[in-house]
Write a protein that binds this ligand. Structure first.
Ligand code: DP6
Length: 345
């Protein structure tokens, strides 16, 4: 017989960035991070897995295409899952010996790869959670997140929905480097995210090598991980618990800027943001200044696209404003007149 399971995992966008590893094989980070998971049905990976004694090899279909499962990271995840299943089987002889069987995996993203979004986080999270389900592993979500982490660091945060922290941990074997829930999505349902696609082109420096380059060459990076992030991690968790958008937004924007500053401080420097990205930063600050209130926060990952966070109540005025500015295709450099904006207030 064939056994199957499936699951979805959401895309997560860090509001406090993971940038730097202390262990490359285990994906152990040099700082804790926080993310806000986009709503499940918006941007997600759907993964179905099947296993049977009759399957002759492990196979993966990604968006309809047969892909290799050979990467060390994927093998690491599969091995961990099989070991946990084997442990279960050794204690209960009535269980089918799935740990020795091959897997067929079918994975689909509901967003275009060309949107320039990191799909590896949702991808590894969905893969690991689907197999954990198939194997009926009793481990908690945080425990399972440690396996997803070995696939891609940021993937551990996609094992949860809502507001998630990845605690960096201190153990050399990674046993305390895991994702935990800060709050469920329902705690602060008014929070919305918009992605401004600046460029769909593939990023020039992949995050894995980019962060290694920063760790080994940037002085500012040491300042960031030791003197900035630890306190920011606590403050950001509190801003979420208190639903304090003002504070959450400021910390998010500051952390994006801090991360990109360490990229610029790497030698030779890494540039992820481009002119349009910087214009979006400027525009967000102008909007907040204009309304005399923080209504929007930006954050940028290892590429030029912006993710904006805002509260539902401000969506209409924010989007009207952004459309207006983009359509005019000028005026980026100047501050907007009050008359210009009055129509959206
Ligand atoms: C800028 O998780 O893709 O998006 O662990 O090497 O797979 P690996 O890196 P990855 O890095 C993500 C970097 C980031 C920040 C973040 O998501 O926290």
């Amino acid at each position: 017989s064939v056994y199957t399971a499936s699951t979805t995992a959401p895309v997560n966008i860090a509001t406090l960035k993971y940038w730097g590893k202390r262990d490359k094989t285990l994906n152990l980070p040099t700082n804790s991070s926080i993310s806000v998971t986009l709503a499940q049905d918006d941007l997600r990976t759907l993964t179905s897995v099947a296993t049977s004694k009759s399957f002759s090899e492990d196979q993966l279909w990604l968006n309809g295409k047969l892909e290799s499962l050979e990467s060390e990271r994927t093998q690491h995840c599969l091995q961990d899952l099989r070991n946990l299943r084997a442990k279960l089987e050794s204690g209960d002889s009535s269980l089918p010996p799935m740990s020795t069987w091959k897997l067929h995996i079918v994975s689909e993203n509901n967003f275009p790869t060309a949107a320039g979004l990191a799909s590896s986080a949702a991808g590894f999270a969905a893969l690991v959670v689907a197999i954990a389900k198939l194997y009926q592993l009793p481990e908690s979500a945080s425990e399972i997140s440690k396996i997803a982490r070995k696939g891609s660091g940021s993937a551990c945060r996609s094992v949860f929905g809502g507001y998630v922290a990845w605690e960096m941990g201190s153990e050399a074997d990674g046993s305390d480097s895991k994702a935990v829930e800060v709050a469920p999505q329902s705690h602060w349902p008014e929070m919305k995210a918009a992605i401004l696609v600046v460029s769909a082109a593939k990023k020039d420096t992949p995050s894995t090598s980019g962060m290694q380059h920063t760790v080994t060459t940037s002085d500012l990076f040491q300042q960031r991980i030791h003197n900035v992030v630890p306190q920011r991690f606590e403050e950001m968790k509190k801003s979420i618990q208190d639903r304090d958008f003002d504070l959450f937004a400021e910390l998010t924007m500051r952390d994006s800027n801090s991360f990109h500053a360490t990229c610029l401080d790497s030698y030779p420097p890494i540039f992820y943001m481009n002119d349009t990205s910087r214009q979006i930063v400027k525009l967000c600050h102008q909007i907040n200044e204009f309304f005399n209130k923080t209504i929007v926060a930006y954050t940028f990952d290892a590429g030029p696209n912006a993710v904006l966070y805002y509260l539902q109540e401000n969506e209409t005025k924010l989007m009207a404003f952004i459309h207006q500015v983009f359509q005019r295709n000028s005026g980026w450099e100047s501050k907007f007149s009050k008359q210009d904006l009055a129509a959206f207030d």
